[in-house]
Design a protein around this ligand. Structure first.
Ligand code: B12
Ligand code: SF4
Ligand code: SF4
Length: 222
């Protein structure tokens, strides 16, 4: 068993649903040019309860899964450290407002998960896992450990489906099919999404959750 296989098995044994590897130059993590993508599946029953908006249970699940992903990333980091490698985890859910724009994290988990071949992006701009659709949360850890990686070219599966576009109460989803050739901001209006959540769901999820575009996606159903 290679070190890479051992790390993957370690993460699966510790509760990750899926694990993938990518080689990403220019990510801004110094010598740490390799990334591990970690997928954790959400509870189908909890997502099924999301109808007109988030539930208290979904908000609790969101926070518990974020904390779990952060712990898994730390465990992966310590595993790498023990073997003599460096590591930098990307927080499960942390917005960094260093350019006066509060709608980005340190690095996109979705991008890493796509590069690792674990799925693609939908019109809702969410990562659609190969098996569980949008019903997953993600984590990423960068390292200088040189993994074996392959080049993956994600293709959006949406075609004529428009369910998330119609269901979004904030009209934040533009409705264009995601394509790797058009990697910019033409898919989602993040301010609309965020402002709607803050205004309408502040009492349930402190304005941080909604999840309708996860719940309606047929890719998230068995
Ligand atoms: C800031 C943030 C928000 C902001 C802004 C979102 C935005 N700009 O997209 C707000 C508050 C609006 C928000 C809302 C939500 N969020 Co949010 N959010 C984040 C956070 C912390 C950073 C995202 C970011 O950097 N955005 C900046 C843009 C430019 O990057 P991006 O959206 O990731 O990807 C774009 C490009 O990078 C590119 N791209 C993406 N993948 C790939 C792949 C390849 C190969 C290429 C070339 C390009 C490419 O295309 C995308 C569209 O332009 C991430 C955690 C993280 N670090 O990734 C979670 C995250 C994206 N959020 C998540 C979720 C679930 C939500 C909500 C459903 C809220 C909820 N939990 O109930 C909504 C969904 C809104 C929607 N339809 O996208 C999950 C998504 C899981 C999934 N299955 O995709 C994440 C990954 C958190 C996690 N740990 O799982 N979020
Ligand atoms: S989380 Fe809610 S408001 Fe934001 S894009 Fe999805 S459906 Fe629209
Ligand atoms: S609901 Fe339909 S259009 Fe939206 S992401 Fe899912 S498959 Fe794509």
């Amino acid at each position: 068993m290679t070190f890479q296989d051992k790390l993957k098995q370690f993460l699966l044994d510790n509760g990750a649903t899926d694990v993938g590897f990518a080689h990403i130059d220019e990510a801004g993590f110094g010598e740490c040019r390799y990334a591990v993508s970690i997928v954790v599946k959400l509870s189908e029953a909890i997502i099924d309860e999301i109808n007109e908006g988030p539930t208290h249970t979904y908000f609790h699940h969101y926070r518990t899964v974020n904390a779990f992903i952060d712990q898994l990333l730390l465990k992966a980091g310590l595993f790498l450290d023990k073997a003599g490698y460096k590591y930098i985890p990307v927080a499960a859910s942390q917005s960094i407002n260093d350019k006066g724009w509060n709608y980005a994290g340190r690095y996109s988990h979705k991008k890493v998960a796509c590069f690792a071949g674990l799925g693609s992006i939908g019109k809702n701009t969410l990562f659609l896992h190969n098996l569980y659709g949008a019903q997953v949360r993600l984590g990423t850890i960068f390292t200088d450990c040189a993994f074996e990686t392959e080049v993956h070219v994600p293709v959006s599966p949406c075609k004529d489906c428009n369910l998330c576009v119609v269901a979004c109460p904030a009209n934040a989803i533009i409705g264009r099919e995601w394509s790797i050739e058009q990697d910019d901001d033409v898919y989602l209006l993040p301010e609309k999404c965020s402002e709607y959540m803050k205004k309408n769901f502040n009492k349930i999820g402190r304005g941080a959750v909604c999840g309708i575009c996860i719940a309606v996606c047929p890719r998230s159903k068995k």
